[in-house]
Every structure is written in structure tokens, then in C-alpha cells.
Ligand binder design. Structure first.
Ligand code: PEP
Ligand code: MG
Length: 532
């Protein structure tokens, strides 16, 4: 059989080889009754069963994964999701059929959405559909993925991903999918290589037995010839040896080959991301995305809740600097009850600092919690999506006021230094005009605004290139301004973890990069090669 080469999009880095597991969800139907009342009751019980099952799972996990499951619980708690199903049940359709019909309409709606964020959520709705069907049928439909196998499927649900053990290798090869889906985020966090958008996985006759997945290049080879396999295994062995060497050097500070000390900081989305990590792996925390606090079904977080979370992070850092970003809602991060629905272009709308300034009653709570946490370590506060100095100044006045109010009340507090993210080309070009204590370059947004190529639209992914000379020039421009004004500058966008760009980024004069914990070893190894 000739080997099959497929090219897709890289969604999670790394190389993997393994037997192919084709994912198909087999659902066995329960014996349905012809009584609509009984069918409606069965569906209600199945929805509740699925909801309770997920709620139990949430108790055992944390961070990003828990957020994903929270989303599913919120969907299942929303009565509107099942309304259409109950309606057709009352017309005599079985619970199983009605639920599938209703959810398939939902899924089609998500898949057809213009926004890739919503398209990527389709896999969650498939997950919800199959979980409830499993409860209706009394059958566990979550596919069993054996450790180390290459999962080939149209798409994969978060449940199916989480049910598998990725600690012994394995990878994912999808006909569809998206690099910004929840599963892609999970794959990156667990270190499982993943390629999406391979197109139809159709075979003449037998499905493939073995596959090679290149999560760096975004390609998959099914049923490789012996020579192809040998060369791939050679590459894998070299990459694994390099990674093992890098892992062992993870706790050491990073230096370039020519002796330049580079600070490596962490990006985290929640304190749980730090569980089990030795603070010695980093020089501090460069970005805490606080959106997770606002994305729960419990409503906006109060001051004490926020303070407790910020304090936990500062305690972990043991005196290392911690940069916490104020809420960056809007754009690709809608938050129910806070962000504006129906903006024609949310990335150019009321997001980040613009939203915080428009909702001072919400922003002030966060500024108070941050000022209280600031007594427990070296806290820096960073404002997202700053475009003009007026925004920075207004936020500074509000921070001063909250700090003064806390002091007047006799509450322990400190006024943290206030810095800005450089994500808007206007801010990069006029960085000197801000009275900021530090800059942190958000290359994800800076790239999309410079290249006019949205970060979540797959069809313009090639243009969304942080290595483009225009983006690198804006980064260099910002570093130059920081040097002139003697303020610190770091880069915390995804470009920091893209080791193909390490040399170019350090050539701009940057000496501080902030990445997710899983990317630290790889980045330190790449830094060590610069200047050799
Ligand atoms: C960025 O834009 O590079 C950044 C770090 O912020 P986020 O990805 O959260 O928008
Ligand atoms: Mg950003």
C-alpha cells in the first residue's frame, strides 16, 4: 500500500509515531416508549445525569480543562438548549431522536459561524450531545483511546481527549478541527502533537495501520514506507534527545551562547497552572490572564475572591516579580453580561482597557483586589489593549483613588507599578508617549492588527505571521523606546514560545520572554543556541 501524505495546520508541536485509532462514536439506543411524557422525563434525567457527571469531573481537575467543562455545564443548565427537543417529543418523536435532531441543529449553527471561536466550540456541543445520548442509552460512548496511538477523526471532543492517557506518546490527526479549539489548547497543555484541517480521511479499502504526525510542520503520513519511517524515527530520536537535555536544564537561568542573560517568565491563566511547578524554572510571571475569574457561571468575582487568587500566585512566586493583567474581555473572549453582543468587529470594539474604562464599577473591584494583593510580593499590574496615553492616565487615576481609599480604611495595601501591553501598532509607534512603568509586547494582537489578519480565522493564518518584518520592526521600535526611557520591556505573546523566532526576537534587543510553563524547556534550549 502506498504511503499517504496529508498536509494540514499545526495545532500542537512535536513528532509522534503510532498505531492509528479511528474514532467513531457508537451509540446504542435504549428501548423507547411511545409515551411523550415518559420520553421527556427520560431526556430530563439524561441531561441531569450528564450535567452531574461533568460537575463531578470538574472537582478533580483545574485550570483550563475545568473551564472547558464549566462551559459544558453552563450549556446543559441552559433550558433553551433542550427546548426544541421537548417540542418534538410532544409531537411523538423519541427522546433519543429528538435530542439528536435538536443538537445537530445547534452544532450546524456553531459550525457555520463566521467567528472561528464559535466554530471551534462545535466540538463541545458534539461532546454534550454524545454524553446525553450515552446517558439516555445507558452506554459509555466516550471512545477508548489506547495510550500512544494516533487518533484519526473528523474532530475530537474534549471528553474523548481527556479520557485518553497522553503520557505515553500519541497524537491527533483531524480532518477538520481548528488550532484555536479547546482540544488544541488541551493538546498543547498536555504536550500531544496535533495536526488539524487535513481534509477528508478516506482510504481505498483498509484504514491505515500506522501514522507519523509532525505537529511542527502540520503534516501526517499514513502507512509510511520503511525508509520514510526510518528517517522520521531518526528525527524523533534527535528531537527527543534535545528535549530531554532541555528538560534537565529547565531550572537553570537562560543565557545565550554569547553570554547574554535572558529572563524567562511564565504566562498563566489560573493559579492551578502552577501546581507542581518549581518556581526556579522561571524569573517570574510575565502574564496572568485574569479572564478565567470572570468566565464562570457564578457571575462577576468579588474583591475577596480576586484578592485570594492574586495572593496565591504571589505566594507561589516567592519574591519573583508577578505581572497580573487587568481584565482583557471582548474580542475573542466574550464574557456574558459584560462584553457587548453583536459588535460588527469585536477585535476593533470595546475590549480590554476600553471595556474596563466603560465599566468602572467592575474595574475598580479588580484594582482594589490588586492593591491589596500587592503587599504579598512584587506585583506589577498591566493594562491590555492600550492605544492612547489617555487610557493609561485614566486607569492610573482610578488605581490611585482605590489605593487611597483602601489606605483611608486602614486596609493593608500597596500601589503596584502600572504598565501597558503593546498590542496596538499605535502604542508600539508612540511608546515614549506613555508614562508606563513597563511595556509587555502582546505579539498575538500586535500581529493581527499589523497584518490585518485576524488571529482566529484559519484562512488568513499565513498572513498572521509574527515573524513578518513589519511586526519585528514594531517590536524593535518598542524595545528602543524602553531603552531610551529606561523602562523594562518583555514579550508575552505566543511568538515568545515559537523557537523559530527566538533569534529574530533577541536581535531586536529583547532580554525578557514570557511563555506557558510547557514551553520553558524548549525556549531555554533555543536561547542557548543564539549567538553561537
Ligand atoms: C497577545 O495579544 O499577544 C497577548 C499576550 O494577549 P492575549 O493573547 O491574551 O490577547
Ligand atoms: Mg492580546
Amino acid at each position: 500500500m502506498a504511503e499517504i501524505h496529508l498536509i494540514g495546520r499545526a495545532a500542537s508541536p512535536g513528532l509522534a509515531i503510532g498505531p492509528v485509532t479511528m474514532l467513531t462514536a457508537a451509540v446504542v439506543r435504549r428501548a423507547a416508549s411511545d409515551d411523550p411524557a415518559q420520553e421527556a422525563a427520560a431526556l430530563r434525567a439524561a441531561i441531569e445525569g450528564a450535567r452531574a457527571e461533568i460537575a463531578e469531573q470538574i472537582k478533580t481537575i483545574q485550570g483550563e480543562v475545568a473551564d472547558i467543562l464549566e462551559f459544558q455545564v453552563a450549556m446543559l443548565e441552559d433550558d433553551a438548549l433542550a427546548d426544541a427537543a421537548y417540542e418534538v417529543i410532544s409531537e411523538g418523536i423519541t427522546a433519543h431522536h429528538a435530542w439528536r435532531l435538536a443538537l445537530d441543529v445547534e452544532i450546524a449553527g456553531y459550525r457555520a459561524a463566521e467567528d472561528e471561536y464559535f466554530r471551534a466550540r462545535a466540538a463541545d456541543i458534539v461532546d454534550i450531545r454524545d454524553r446525553v445520548l450515552a446517558h439516555l442509552s445507558g452506554v459509555d460512548t466516550v471512545a477508548r483511546i489506547t495510550g500512544g496511538s494516533i487518533v484519526a477523526a473528523d474532530d475530537i471532543t474534549p471528553s474523548a481527549f481527556l479520557a485518553a492517557d497522553w503520557s505515553h506518546g500519541g497524537a491527533i490527526a483531524l480532518a477538520g478541527g481548528s488550532p484555536s479549539s479547546h482540544v488544541a489548547m488541551l493538546a498543547r497543555a498536555r504536550g500531544a502533537p496535533m495536526v488539524v484541517g487535513l481534509g477528508p480521511l478516506s482510504w481505498n479499502g483498509q484504514p491505515p495501520a500506522l501514522a507519523l504526525v509532525d505537529g511542527d510542520a502540520g503534516s501526517v503520513i499514513f502507512d509510511p514506507e520503511p525508509e520514510t519511517r526510518r528517517l522520521f524515527e531518526q528525527r524523533m530520536a534527535a528531537a527527543n534527545a534535545a528535549l530531554a537535555a532541555a528538560e534537565s536544564a529547565r531550572l537553570a537561568p537562560a543565557y545565550t551562547a554569547d553570554g547574554r542573560r535572558i529572563a524567562v517568565l511564565l504566562n498563566i491563566a489560573a493559579p492551578e497552572d502552577l501546581a507542581g511547578l518549581d518556581p526556579a524554572i522561571c524569573d517570574g510571571i510575565g502574564l496572568v490572564r485574569t479572564e478565567f475569574l470572570f468566565e464562570t457561571s457564578l457571575g462577576l468575582p468579588d474583591e475577596d475572591t480576586q484578592y485570594a487568587v492574586y495572593r496565591r500566585i504571589l505566594d507561589w512566586a516567592q519574591g519573583r516579580p508577578v505581572t497580573i493583567r487587568t481584565l482583557d474581555a471582548g474580542g475573542d473572549k466574550p464574557i456574558k453580561g459584560l462584553t457587548i453582543d453583536g459588535e460588527s468587529n469585536p477585535f476593533l470594539g470595546l475590549r480590554g482597557i476600553r471595556l474596563s474604562l466603560a465599566r468602572p464599577e467592575v474595574f475598580r473591584v479588580q484594582l482594589r483586589a490588586l492593591s491589596r494583593a500587592a503587599v504579598h510580593g512584587v506585583l506589577k499590574v498591566m493594562l491590555p489593549m492600550i492605544a492612547v496615553p489617555g487610557e493609561f492616565d485614566r486607569a492610573g487615576v482610578m488605581l490611585d483613588a482605590e489605593f487611597a481609599a483602601l489606605r483611608a480604611e486602614g486596609t493593608a495595601c500597596a500601589r503596584p507599578p502600572l504598565g501597558i501591553m503593546i498590542e496596538v501598532p499605535a502604542a508600539a509607534l508612540c511608546a515614549e508617549d506613555f508614562d508606563a512603568a513597563f511595556y509587555s509586547i502582546g505579539s498575538n494582537d500586535l500581529t493581527q492588527y499589523t497584518m490585518a489578519a485576524a488571529r482566529d480565522i484559519g484562512s488568513v493564518a499565513d498572513l498572521n505571521d509574527a515573524g513578518h518584518p513589519a511586526v519585528l520592526t514594531l517590536i524593535a521600535r518598542t524595545v528602543e523606546a524602553a531603552r531610551k526611557l529606561d523602562v523594562e520591556v518583555s514579550l508575552c505573546g505566543d511568538a515568545a514560545a515559537d523557537t523559530r523566532l527566538t533569534k529574530a526576537l533577541l536581535a531586536t534587543g529583547l532580554t525578557s520572554l514570557s511563555v506557558a510553563p510547557v514551553a520553558v524547556a524548549r525556549l531555554k534550549a533555543a536561547i542557548a543556541k543564539v549567538g553561537s
